[in-house]
Design a protein around this ligand. Sequence first.
Ligand code: ADP
Ligand code: MG
Length: 253
Amino acid sequence: MSASTSVVQVEGLHKSFGEREVLRGIDLTVDQGDVVCVIGPSGSGKSTLLRCVNLLEQPTAGTVRVLGTEVTDPDVDIDRVRTHVGMVFQGFNLFPHRSVLDNCTLAQRTVLKRSREEAEAVARRNLEHVGLADRAASMPGQLSGGQQQRVAIARALSMDPALMLFDEPTSALDPELVGDVLAVMRDLADAGMTMLVVTHEMAFAREVADRVVFMDDGLVVEQGTADRVIGAPTEDRTRSFLSRVLDPTHRHV
Ligand SMILES: Nc1ncnc2c1ncn2[C@@H]1O[C@H](COP(=O)(O)OP(=O)(O)O)[C@@H](O)[C@H]1O
Ligand SMILES: [Mg+2]
């Protein structure tokens, strides 16, 4: 166990798929209560990094510590660690034939062994936080994409996570639905949640992130405060990426 307050500590992380080395030596720390935004072009390895933190991918080399536990240790009880990590993907991955409330109680009941009563109380509280208290009985298909993503966030929060991972949570949404999801994430950040967020939303990163990490081609090219990395990048590759992503005619890179 580590005595530090780092929630995530990644050191020398490498990941290959066959011959292709997708992560080429990543060092990254997320401290308690911090919001770290990872930005970078498509294919730079952002999702793979997140998936290595949760051990959805097995790193090829390097260490990953989450909440003081080395998840790369072959003897680790990864399910126990994952219980404390909420993950929100681009797709919402809700069970389509279960109500919003059921979607938010299933894992609480099976993994945390909560009673139906307790799980429902927790779920309703989190649905209220994401502005969907009145949709508990709805089926996912009856909701907009933005609402479904907020249900996915409520579902993750219902497990009382110590860390939330977000992988481009708004990039599949119609533009007019993005704001509500970002507002929920901003509230979470304000409430002190530790968050590692892959995003193309530069205004969000600028406002909410304690640190911005720019990745390209499997490496961290530069990192620092949002004002530094987005406002005054020192690396050519960062400048070139930002000029593309901040140009509204090239929103998707
Ligand atoms: N399971 C996999 N098998 C083979 N290649 C993969 C796999 N997952 C990702 N990759 C490759 O790794 C590179 C980085 O992917 P990814 O982490 O998804 O990047 P990003 O999220 O930054 O767009 C891409 O070239 C992608 O094709
Ligand atoms: Mg990705």
